[in-house]
Design a protein around this ligand. Structure first.
Ligand SMILES: Cc1cc2nc3c(=O)[nH]c(=O)nc-3n(C[C@H](O)[C@H](O)[C@H](O)COP(=O)(O)OP(=O)(O)OC[C@H]3O[C@@H](n4cnc5c(N)ncnc54)[C@H](O)[C@@H]3O)c2cc1C
Ligand code: FES
Length: 393
């Protein structure tokens, strides 16, 4: 048996991927289905996705001048499990309104004994400012989740090559993924390309360095700073197409045998996607998490109020939906107790069947192409274009 730890990284990668391919061929020859390469988080909407629970803030850790991590536990002692890459929705009252925002679980905690959410303050942002100003140990926070399909299910038997491309606060799900894969999959490798403005803006800078030292053969870290400093090893520039091509090329990561996880500012995500597609990476190997909620352009919104027949729990309610309202907002306004969680098309809690009519809903969202074809819609981001009939499970 070949000792992977003794091989140089490139040979080791090649050996690991050959071994994985041979394993899959062998399973297929035996008439068995091999496991998916990157298993995606379970789609089922759990109770905790629609019923908030109060979690206690145990610790507030300042990561950078404008990012902090909240370490949370469930006072009942219940485990806070999620798959690395998933997010939770935090509900906080701001100016008399309950606001909801998603935050990715930013650390991998194998036993679910606690949960870390890392929040970067956005200038003028309601919830991030609230958390930065008021979060303190002992405080209770209403939290929904976990939700989302971005991420991995660690499987000790897998030997995969993950390339993570992150910018700014987009490191949060990537950090959890890196920790989980390195902890649980002894034959998998991780490369992280991480862009920031300056050394002081790098979230988890020290911890990333420590993880790199703990896994010198399996984790490659590459920082890129738009304001580099002479005492810190990094590339220079912003993660645009040219820089991403150059950096991934230099890291030997522009192959077709890797899986790419991308999270960061929109221009960086678009640049990464363009580079990867141009290099022939299969779209199924490109996994993206957007922190911004997709919005419909003004011209895509319906111009008139429409009527929606909402069938829910054996009752049908006629709901009038104003052009700027979502079907969820209108349904709740009419007193229909519709299920929902993230309210931004990311979790699937508000999935319903469009039996008649047509809706406009922004892309991308968490619906799969099969669900879209089967007439599933997300009530939290959908606007009716015509009179509609919708069945809510
Ligand atoms: C699936 C998912 C996971 C997320 N995970 C994290 C996470 O781990 N850590 C984290 O810090 N944030 C994360 N976010 C973003 C987070 O949900 C909020 O959008 C963010 O904290 C801003 O909320 P706010 O109420 O402070 O700003 P708002 O009051 O909603 O917005 C204020 C202004 O800032 C703009 N804005 C909103 N969000 C951003 C942004 N991310 N970057 C730049 N401008 C913005 C808005 O367009 C608006 O103009 C995630 C979002 C999603 C959808
Ligand atoms: S409430 Fe999460 S997708 Fe609609």
């Amino acid at each position: 048996m070949i000792d992977l730890a003794r091989l140089p990284r490139l040979v080791k990668d090649r050996w690991a991927s050959t071994r994985r391919d041979l394993g899959m061929i062998s399973l297929l020859l035996q008439g068995k289905h091999p496991p998916p390469l990157i298993p995606i988080a379970a789609q089922a909407v759990t109770e905790s996705a629609v019923q908030p629970r109060a979690l206690r803030v145990e610790q507030v850790v300042r990561e950078t001048p404008d990012a902090l991590t909240l370490w949370l536990t469930d006072p009942s002692g219940a485990a806070l499990r999620c798959l690395p890459g998933q997010f939770f929705t935090v509900l906080v009252p701001v100016a008399g309104k309950l606001e909801r925002r998603a935050y990715s679980a930013s650390h991998y905690v194998a036993d679910g004994s606690r949960l870390a959410l890392t929040c970067k303050r956005i200038a003028g942002g309601k919830v991030s400012s609230f958390l930065h100003e008021y979060a303190h140990p002992g405080m209770l926070l209403q939290v929904l989740g976990p939700s989302g399909q971005f991420g991995v299910t660690p499987q000790p038997g897998l030997a995969r090559k993950l390339v993570l491309i992150g910018g700014g606060s987009g490191i949060t799900p990537l950090w959890a993924i890196a920790q989980a894969v390195l902890a649980e999959e002894a034959a998998s490798t991780v490369t992280l390309l991480y862009g920031n403005r300056s050394r002081a803006d790098i979230i988890f800078a020290d911890a990333l360095g420590e993880l790199g030292k703990a896994h010198p053969q399996r984790l490659v870290l590459r920082h890129v700073l738009s304001e580099p400093s002479p005492d810190f090893a990094s590339g220079s520039g912003i993660l645009d197409q040219a820089t991403i091509t150059q950096e991934l090329g230099a890291l030997g990561c522009l192959g077709r045998d890797a899986d790419y996880f991308v999270c960061g500012p929109q221009p960086m995500m678009e640049a990464a996607r363009a580079v990867l597609l141009r290099e022939g990476v299969a779209p199924a190997r490109i996994h993206e998490e957007r922190f911004a909620t997709p919005q419909l352009a003004q011209e895509e919104l319906p111009s008139t109020t429409q009527t929606v027949e909402l069938a829910h729990k054996g009752q049908t309610t006629l709901v009038s939906v104003a052009p700027t309202e979502t079907i969820l907002e209108a349904g709740l306004r009419h007193g229909v107790m519709l299920p929902f969680s993230c309210t931004m098309g990311g979790c699937g809690a508000c999935k319903a069947k469009l039996a008649e009519g047509s809706v406009a809903q922004p892309e991308p969202n968490c619906l799969t192409s099969q669900e879209r074809q089967a007439g599933q819609v997300l009530l939290c981001v959908s606007h009716p274009r015509t009179r509609c009939r919708i069945t809510v499970p």
